[in-house]
Design a protein around this ligand. Structure first.
Ligand code: ZN
Length: 328
């Protein structure tokens, strides 16, 4: 049973949304941006619930038929799109299906709400199809697009949405959630909050002690000038590991690469996942041109794709390391 108080932090955004609702000025398309794991999706869901609620006073009332249907995850006027299938993207068929649904009048509430999670994974055909709907809204529909990577969306989509930027959570906010929802003790919560970079998703991954080491390992890997012996040795070590762990390691690598890209672009330190290791990042950046960073991103994406295949793990890691060494 979520309501506004379930959302940790983001006071300004909550106030803005409530004010827009009170003044009946909420736009029909919103875009929630900010790093992963900070409450964008939760906020989108609370907003949807409030929009549906038929309560007289404070919304959501948690009591009307809409609120109850929403909490039971079967509100007939709610539509949620997420990446699907092997390519893990949002396809035009999904958009079309949604469009035919929202063309019908709402059943239970007086409007429909569509949440599009990881909106940046829409392929171009899907984006263009959605764009038409955003340009000519049919009936009373509110769209909430959620993304950690808004720059991957078409500018024409961006220009149709009211953008709300969710800042990383503060260390205190992360600590409060870790202690209240995950029963983590004070000391551990303090350490994890520092490492979290303001992302609850990242904080949760550190509840697993192995991941502390994996994150450090990813940082060391990037600092390394790989020689042939390293390549065989590291590939050997990885081939004995669980695939899920390698995936986690690749995620950590990707987060560091993303930080380096942001640093190259002169972004604010606040946007970095690895804020606690800013000194290491500053040293790394010297060796990573923009071009090399993009190549590294591609290599990591490829590795993650291959991890879900049946290819030989050791060969896969050797390939990866060899190509990695070639990137200059
Ligand atoms: Zn209600």
């Amino acid at each position: 049973m979520n309501d506004w108080s379930s959302i940790q932090g983001h006071e300004q955004i909550k106030n803005d949304l409530r004010q827009l609702l009170a003044e009946k000025r909420l736009p029909h398309a919103l875009l929630f941006t900010g790093i992963e794991g900070i409450g964008k999706n939760l906020t989108a869901n609370v907003l949807a619930k409030v929009l549906f609620c038929s309560g007289e006073k404070e919304k959501p009332c948690n009591n009307c038929s809409s609120c109850r249907a929403f909490d039971a995850k079967n509100h007939p006027d709610f539509y949620c799109l997420e990446p699907e299938g092997k390519a893990n993207n949002i396809k035009i068929e999904q958009i079309r299906q949604m469009q035919s649904q929202i063309a019908l009048s709402p059943y239970l509430a007086d409007k429909r709400v569509v949440i599009i999670n990881d909106a940046e994974t829409m392929n171009e055909a899907a984006e263009n199809s959605l764009l038409k709907t955003l340009e000519e809204p049919t009936g009373d529909v509110v769209f909430i697009l959620v993304t950690a990577n808004k720059d991957l969306l078409l500018p024409t989509i961006l220009s149709r949405c009211m953008k709300l930027y969710f800042a990383p959570l503060s260390e205190d906010e992360i600590k409060i959630i870790l202690k209240s929802k995950y029963a983590v003790n004070e000391d551990k919560a303090t350490v994890i909050a520092k490492l979290s970079g303001g992302s609850m998703k990242r904080a949760i991954s550190f509840l697993d002690d192995d991941n502390f080491n994996l994150c450090q390992n990813a940082m060391d890997f990037l600092s390394k000038d790989l020689n042939a012996k390293d390549i065989w040795q590291i590939s050997d070590e990885f081939s004995a590991m669980d695939k899920a762990k390698i995936k986690q390691w690749a995620d950590f690598l990707q987060m560091i690469i993303r930080d380096l890209l942001l640093l190259q672009a002169g972004a604010d330190d606040n946007l970095l996942y690895n804020r606690d290791k800013k000194d290491v990042l500053d040293k790394l950046i010297v060796n990573f041109s923009l071009n090399r960073l993009f190549n590294c991103q591609n290599l990591i994406e490829n590795l993650v794709k291959r991890l879900s295949s049946n290819a030989d793990l050791k060969l896969m890691m050797q390939d990866f390391m060899l190509s990695w060494r070639e990137q200059k």
